[in-house]
Design a protein around this ligand. Structure first.
Ligand code: SAM
Ligand code: SF4
Length: 473
């Protein structure tokens, strides 16, 4: 897929900032013409990427009927293009040393109440074992920004994680959420075999950025803005972008996120692998007020518009959100969620009774259900939980939009791999009750696999029942 660059006030050049406030603000003034929103939704449903202007029109739609139309469009697109799969992962916080002062974050340097800790090798291994024992296969390692967390250090952590094998458990994909690196640093981390490197811009509004980032390297807005360009130059073609909603006007942030997508497409011919949209949560001793908090209704609008505007990208919804919101927004386009999440440093390897003493979480999470509970709920609702890591291990990276653009890709790869990884989970980690419901779901979904592969998938499912593992397409 070749992306056609759009014309903007600032030309897209790698490593050059690309946000022009006036351009974004002017687009946010456009009033939708009658019938325009429907046309834009039809375009998105025909799998065409929306322009920034078209995205702005969706954002500017305030009429409740138009908002419903947008939500319905997103629901339809998600169903038609992606089906019912939900990919699962868990975050693993490795260390909370930090030189920066992001005033919304419990890890910020000025927070003297924070207990600082970095997992040593044994703790890291024990946490990974604990995660494997629940059935996790995909992790995101999270770090503060500190000289200790050098590229070599991060790469070593990744290698350690991949080596940990507990019974049938193993981690097959390690993603990273850490500070921006230089090109050489990104190369080192890439060589350790990471999946996605995630860096959130937090806010694309420079003045607001300055207000909340009061020291350390992260205070440099432009450096953050182009940091994933360096990852791309280093050969990391799976990158994740995001906004911390609540710092500035959500409409400005949402349009800027899409502008960032367009920048990556224009410069590297590949958009982001994932987009994240955390809403600000309470952290220990907040230093600032947050006048732009996003309501639940606005949150659903944000996700629906993103789904329509960038239909090939994974949308990540985290346990920052409460159970009821997570259930609701899955329908509108989220394709990845964390489950069984614990963000206190080292908490996976500790009993829950000791959790209180850790007091080292970055912010509060609102959905602390176990992976088993989330799996059961997904299965009950007819979603197909997936631990698939196939594309990245088969070298189908930077091509994630294949799911979306290559006819039959989902039936050939995604659904079979979801079924195979679910079967593994059921055999190794599920209760008898969930096992029964899960196998029924697998049988029901086999018919949605490409006809030419159904027999092969059934053979592999039998092999998994007999004890074989990691059979992917
Ligand atoms: N230190 C690295 C950085 O700042 O990019 C990476 C890790 S940081 C721990 C991960 C993300 O957590 C941040 O990018 C930010 O968006 C989010 N975060 C920080 N404080 C938060 C809060 N109070 N509520 C919700 N999300 C928060
Ligand atoms: Fe440090 Fe990241 Fe928290 Fe900022 S968001 S204080 S950089 S851990």
């Amino acid at each position: 897929m070749k992306f056609v660059p759009q014309k903007y006030a600032i030309e897209d050049i790698p490593l050059k900032p690309y946000i022009d406030n006036k351009e974004i603000e002017d687009l946010l003034k456009i009033i939708p013409e009658p019938g325009e929103v429907s046309k834009i939704i039809t375009k998105a449903l025909s799998k065409e990427r929306l322009s920034l202007r078209e995205t702005a029109i969706l954002i500017n739609s305030e009429d409740s009927r138009l908002i419903d139309e947008i939500k319905e469009g997103a629901r339809k697109l998600k169903k038609e293009v992606y089906g019912n799969r939900i990919v699962l992962f868990a975050p693993l916080y490795v260390g909370n040393l930090c030189r920066n002062n992001c005033s919304y974050c419990g890890f910020r340097a000025s927070n003297k109440e924070e207990i600082r800790h970095t997992l040593d090798n044994e703790e890291l291994v024990n946490n990974v074992k604990a995660l494997e024992n629940t059935g996790q296969k995909r992790l995101i390692l999270v770090f503060g920004e500190h000289e200790k967390y050098s590229p070599d250090y991060i790469a070593e952590c990744v290698r350690t994680v991949y080596k940990v094998k507990e019974k049938n458990g193993e981690i097959r994909r390690v993603n990273i959420n850490a500070a921006p690196l230089e090109v050489e640093g990104f190369k080192k981390v890439k060589d350790s075999g990471i999946g996605t490197y995630q860096i959130f811009q937090e806010t694309y509004h420079k003045e607001t950025y300055g207000k909340y980032h009061l020291g350390g390297k992260k205070a440099d807005f432009e450096n953050r803005l182009t940091s994933l360009d360096k990852a791309q130059i280093a050969g990391i073609d799976d990158v994740g972008i995001g906004v911390l909603f609540g710092l500035y006007d959500w409409k400005f942030e949402l349009l800027s996120l899409v502008r960032h997508v367009n920048h990556l497409e224009a410069c590297f011919n590949v958009g982001p692998h994932t987009i994240s949209f955390p809403r600000i949560q309470d952290a220990s001793v907040m230093d600032n007020s947050f006048p732009y908090k996003v309501s639940d209704e606005e949150f659903v609008r944000i996700i629906s518009i993103l789904r329509l505007a960038v239909p090939y990208t994974g949308l990540i919804l985290t346990a920052r959100e409460p159970e009821n919101i997570r259930k609701e927004v899955l329908e509108f386009g989220c394709s990845q969620i964390d489950a069984g999440t614990k963000i206190e440093i080292g908490a996976y390897a500790k009993p829950d009774s000791e959790k209180q003493n850790l007091r080292r979480e970055q912010f509060k999470i609102n959905d602390d259900r176990s992976l088993a509970e989330v799996m059961e709920e997904l299965i009950d609702k007819g979603y197909l939980p997936s631990f698939c890591t196939s594309c990245y291990r088969k070298g189908r990276t930077g091509q994630h939009f294949m799911e979306f653009s290559v006819p039959g890709f989902i039936k050939k790869y995604c659904t079979p791999n979801a079924l195979l990884t679910l079967a593994e989970y059921l055999m190794d980690y599920a209760s008898e009750n969930v096992k029964e419901k899960g196998w029924k779901l697998i049988l029901k979904n086999i018919t949605t696999v490409d006809k030419s592969l159904q027999e092969e998938v059934i053979k592999r499912l039998v092999k998994i029942k007999q004890g074989e593992r990691d059979l992917y397409l």
